[in-house]
Design a protein around this ligand. Structure first.
Ligand SMILES: Cc1ncc(COP(=O)(O)O)c(C=O)c1O
Length: 492
């Protein structure tokens, strides 16, 4: 039996409170058998007398019964007692007594509810949701094979919290050659996806007075981490060249941190221009600040020459580079990594160790072998081709159905782009469009939900194309056009 002891007061009181709570919550129902006192004492590492004292207390209060030599069982509780408890069990967080939840939990709860309210409708026939990936059958087959081939006893102990050494070497090599990063394997720390990286970075660098500058519109997942860590958030506008560096204050008196997605700004898709990259690095240098570079889908580029990562330009001094395998392989893998400036390695690893020790060793080894054998590069080429075709289909369908009425932004890289309706008068009509679309089986996603302080000047939709099959794209867009005709342009 798993008892949660609250660590307050004498041991027997802790055991008594824990069992009483389980009985009242109905987790131990009428007639349930309690463990023998000797067994429980052994599992808790206390003397048998301590458990007997707790049982005596529960007996004297009528929660349990049993004589020496007999099993100890839970008694029937009066109805009213259970009812009042039921209320407590079904309480919402808002009904908790004042200040029972931490501030962080309050902020996280808000974000979580916002996310749940935008949750996928199950019946959607055409879903242009961003963040889905296409699953490749060849990779699934190989992964299964590697999973069973590479599983062995040596993977069952705690491992280095920084990650599998071979995988770190491979990632460092890939980041150097593919993304122009300036790093060695000892700067790479494997984490459970970039979301964990952002959470740890926030805990690593944010103090109560820290200002975090971030993109507007931007990624909600990063904002939530910075906000829960207690930072003040300062959104910076984004245009076609990426985040507008001229809006950064020249000097910041407080500690400051900057979060950017320069390879393919989320959600506008803008690629940060070289001059702005340099401006950001100079700003960070001048203000002794760090930059978090979130390269969440930078592996997919369809047009134009790739620009080296900020981390590479900076030679790894002020930039924490965050990468993930979620978009390239599959999100449930939960493997990402951070390339850290050297002075931050040890404190980062310490926090990571505190948080959850390490990333699954088995999956790290499978991934390392997948990369080492060349399958990763082959996978990237296959997926790049597939996404390129879907992207092309989507662009063509949108252009042929909407022609001059729309403008597309951020089409050159990643797994999504933005569509803006040119007519500014439509800016307030988003809810009608999205709700009506969902009721007709069409999943479209407004960009307005990704703004923190302001709202978009026009009606904008975020189009993901990695999760929708190619043959559904054109019919989905045709449906959207018919819907817009009905809602917006019936009088034209
Ligand atoms: C900009 C951005 N950063 C980070 C993430 C988190 O990805 P991961 O699955 O690696 O946690 C996402 C997920 O969609 C994202 O869009």
């Amino acid at each position: 039996m798993l008892l949660h002891l609250d660590g307050r007061g004498a041991r027997y009181r802790q055991i008594y409170r824990s069992l009483k709570r389980m009985i009242l919550a109905g987790e131990l129902g009428e007639d349930a058998r309690l463990p023998a006192s000797r067994v429980l004492a052994q599992s808790l590492g206390v003397s048998r007398n301590v458990v007997l004292l707790a049982y005596d207390q529960l007996k004297s209060e009528g929660y349990i019964s049993g004589r020496v030599g007999d099993a100890t069982r839970v008694c029937a509780l009066p109805e009213s007692g259970l009812e009042s408890l039921q209320e407590r069990v079904t309480m919402t967080p808002e009904q908790l007594p004042e200040r029972r939840l931490s501030e962080q939990a309050g902020i996280a709860l808000q974000q979580w509810r916002r996310r749940c309210s935008g949750q996928r409708e199950q019946h959607l026939k055409y879903d242009f949701r961003y963040g889905e990936v296409s699953i490749d059958q060849r990779t699934v087959t190989l992964w299964k094979r590697l999973n069973s081939r590479l599983f062995d006893r040596s993977l069952l102990q705690y491992e280095d919290p920084r990650g599998d050494p071979e995988l770190r070497e491979l990632i460092a090599g890939h980041a150097r050659s593919g993304r122009g990063c300036h790093c060695d394997a000892d700067q790479v720390c494997i984490v459970n996806g970039s979301q964990q990286a952002l959470d740890l970075v926030a805990r690593l660098l944010i103090r109560p007075e820290t200002r975090v500058y971030l993109e507007e519109p931007g990624y909600l997942g990063s904002r939530a981490c910075f906000e829960t860590a207690g930072a003040g958030l300062h959104p910076l506008p984004v245009d076609v060249e990426g985040v507008d560096t001229s809006c950064l204050p020249e000097h910041v008196a407080q500690p400051a941190l900057l979060y950017v997605t320069p390879s393919h700004q989320f959600p506008t898709g803008a690629i940060l221009s070289l001059s702005r990259r340099v401006a950001l690095l100079e700003w960070a240098q001048r203000n002794q600040s760090y930059i978090v570079e979130d390269d969440y889908d930078g592996e997919f580029r369809y047009q134009g020459r790739p620009i080296a990562s900020l981390q590479g330009l900076d030679r790894g001094l002020r930039t924490l580079y965050v990468g993930t395998f979620s978009k390239v392989l599959f999100p449930s893998l939960r493997i990402g990594y951070v390339i850290l400036p050297r002075p931050l390695i040890e404190p980062f690893v310490a926090l990571r160790w505190l948080s959850d020790r390490q990333t699954n060793s088995h999956q790290q080894r499978v991934l390392a072998e997948f990369i080492r054998s060349g399958e990763y590069d082959r996978h990237l080429r296959r997926m790049g081709k597939r996404y390129q075709q879907r992207r092309q289909r989507l662009i063509e369908a949108l252009q042929s159905h909407f022609s001059e009425r729309i403008e597309l932004q951020g089409i050159n890289a990643g797994l999504h782009f933005l569509l803006w309706f040119r007519d500014e008068a439509l800016a307030g009509r988003e809810r009608d469009l999205v709700t009506q679309a969902a009721s007709e089986g069409l999943g479209i996603y407004p960009v307005s939900s990704l703004y923190l302080d302001s709202s978009p000047p026009r009606l904008g939709l975020l189009f993901g194309y990695s999760g929708i099959e190619e043959e559904r794209i054109e019919p989905g867009i045709r449906h959207l056009k018919a819907l817009c005709d009905r809602l917006f342009w019936s009088g034209d």
